[in-house]
Design a protein around this ligand. Structure first.
Ligand code: PGA
Length: 254
């Protein structure tokens, strides 16, 4: 994992009610009190404000994350939420380009880039998610797809802003399916992503950028994945909804 600080994100997706969310945060502030990895949780929008208050009241180092954002600063965009509004309720990090937003909701690379830049321009951190579909993997296109999504997603992002960017490599076929990439396959994809970052920026940026693996990371496979030299933590969906599982995964990251 080189000398990059491991980073584990919990992507709750559209799960939990207010009481369950509060209980999960309450448990995590205790169990994750002394871990050395950086941790973020990304709850649904309606719970961000209250969970943000809960985290600061507990003096927790867990970062508050949002699952999405809109790139415009304000105005007639019914249903959307701006970066400033997220910042207002204590959000520090925002996911962009998650595969469910790309492939279920239909977001384009252009929109994902606009969102990524809006978050960075406002001084927040981004986790930019990329990854190939199964037919693309089978056609040998994994690295090309990742390189394309990186190039589009990071267009206009400066080397200085890259200090606030984490990449999440999440093969679409591994998300929520129980099928995890083998540690060797994940490592190969991560190494190629790091090469692309060196091409887009330079070796220094490439070496400093954290690349999370996501896609069916569980308590029993996390350690093996995180032991790979270019895997710097994970983005966790299903297993982030359970205190014991998420705690074990964060502990596996360091
Ligand atoms: P999963 O989701 O861990 O449930 O596969 C990962 C993600 O979508 O970030």
């Amino acid at each position: 994992m080189a000398d990059r600080k491991p980073f584990v994100g919990g992507n709750w997706k559209m799960n939990l009610n207010a009481t369950e969310a509060e209980q999960l945060v309450s448990a995590l502030t205790t169990t994750l009190g002394d871990v050395s990895a950086e941790v973020a949780i990304c709850p649904p929008f309606p719970y961000l404000a209250s969970l943000g208050r809960q985290l600061s009241a507990a003096g927790s180092a867990i970062k508050l994350g949002a699952q999405d954002v809109y790139y415009q600063s304000n105005g007639a965009f019914t249903g959307e939420v701006s970066v400033a509004q997220l910042k207002d309720v204590g959000v520090q990090v925002v996911l962009t380009g998650h595969s469910e937003r790309r492939h279920v909701i239909g977001e384009s690379d252009v929109l994902i880039n606009a969102k990524t830049r809006a978050v960075l321009d406002a001084g927040l951190e981004v986790i930019l998610c990329i990854g190939e579909k199964i037919e693309q993997r089978e056609a040998g296109q994994t690295d090309a797809i990742n390189a394309g999504q990186l190039g589009y997603g990071l267009a206009g992002v400066t080397a200085a802003q890259m200090e606030r960017v984490t990449i999440a490599y999440e093969p679409v076929w591994a998300i929520g399916t129980g099928k995890t990439a083998t540690p060797a396959d994940a490592q190969a994809a991560h190494a190629a992503i790091r090469k692309t970052l060196a091409f887009l920026y330079d070796e220094k940026v490439a070496a400093a950028t954290r690349i999370q693996y996501g896609g069916s990371v569980k308590a029993n496979n996390a350690a093996e994945l995180f032991a790979q030299p270019d895997i710097d933590g994970g983005l966790i969906g299903g297993a982030s909804l359970k205190t014991d599982d998420f705690t074990a995964i964060v502990q596996a990251a360091g």
